[in-house]
Design a protein around this ligand. Structure first.
Ligand code: BTN
Length: 322
């Protein structure tokens, strides 16, 4: 455990803690504690310092813990415990998992990270997050039918996350095609799926999910679109270990069913959660913009849109501007 993680864990369990008692606890100088606290603050972790009292977290948080995630997972799915890692910091959980598996590492179902130094979003965008204040995870899923078997996969993944949020007591999350998680019209999280392997043969999809739990206003402004975090949306304490285990458990269940059936059995539930169903939307595809009423999705995961001349379009790539 790094000193930074140690400090966060101690602060998460206590109220104010003095710099001296942190230094004694970890056997380092007070200057080393100051240095690490400064770095955490620069990364966006809210730590307040009050003269005579010490340090305290600005918002309550629960660091990820393999044992706690495993215990929660067993309660939910007693017959199977996945192989997963929790990383303190990594470039991107998708990159980590891909390199691990392609590099011949032992099979890993998933990995979580407390922070990413180069988190990636869809369409070449960056994914911003504050350490300890998101769920950043990637899950590996084998596509036996090759890349063509992935039609609708990202939509099914979105549904799994919505189910996990519902079950963890955070209802009300909706889905924006193809796979944004939306709350109150703003983006709560996103999904990035990358496929590795050979065309035609079996391949591995790396499914990356980022969910905002607490996003400081300064970072929210840098996101380039309206965003929200779960803390502001629901205003109650979030046990990240419980939420992480629920997300993993629902995801693995959905992926196991998806392997057998594809997206078809998920269509109705997805429509119930569709953020734009029956609404007028614009969809950009490169330079083209299509406008019309969102009808929903089909069994291949495509968005169906009816334009003003009643022509129904089947859209497989693009971005909804609503
Ligand atoms: C999007 O909406 O643009 C997709 C965002 C996906 C972000 C997650 S965070 C965990 C995983 N690692 C990454 O680098 N990206 C995904």
């Amino acid at each position: 455990m790094s000193l930074g993680v140690g400090i966060v864990k101690t602060l998460a369990e206590s109220g104010f803690v003095s710099g001296q008692s942190l230094a004694d606890q970890f056997g380092v100088s007070r200057a080393a504690i100051n240095h690490h606290v400064k770095r955490l603050v620069e990364q966006g972790v809210e730590i307040h310092r009050v003269k005579g009292k010490g340090y305290r977290l600005g918002v309550p948080l629960s660091p990820l813990d393999v044992d706690r995630i495993t215990t929660f997972f067993r309660q939910h799915s007693p017959d199977f415990v996945p192989e997963f890692h929790v990383l303190e910091e990594t470039e991107s959980t998708n990159t980590f998992l891909r390199q691990h598996l392609v590099g011949g590492g032992a099979w890993l179902d998933a990995c979580f990270a407390e922070s990413q130094t180069a988190g990636r979003g869809r369409l070449g965008r960056k994914w911003l997050s504050v350490p300890y204040q998101s769920v950043l995870m990637s899950v590996a899923h084998e596509l036996e039918g090759g890349p063509s078997a992935s039609a609708g996969l990202s939509l099914a993944v979105g549904l799994a996350i919505v189910r996990a949020l519902d079950e963890s007591g955070f209802p009300g999350c909706r889905l924006k095609w193809p796979n944004d998680l939306i709350f109150d019209g703003r983006k709560l999280g996103g999904i990035l799926i990358e496929i590795t392997g050979e065309l035609g043969g079996s391949c591995i999809s790396i499914i990356g999910i980022g969910l905002n739990l607490h996003l400081p206003a300064t970072m929210a402004k840098q996101c380039g679109q309206p965003v929200i975090d779960l803390q502001s949306a629901c205003n109650r304490f979030i046990d990240r270990n419980l939420l992480a285990s629920q997300m993993l458990s629902h995801l693995l269940n959905v992926l196991s069913k998806f392997s057998r059936t594809g997206f078809a059995p998920f269509v109705d539930e997805w429509q119930q959660r569709h953020a734009h169903r029956g609404r007028l939307i614009k969809v950009t595809r490169g330079r083209d913009v299509l406008e019309g009423m969102a009808l929903g999705v089909d069994e291949g995961g495509a968005l169906r849109l009816r334009d003003s001349s009643s022509r129904v379009h089947r859209i497989t790539t693009g971005e909804v501007m609503a």
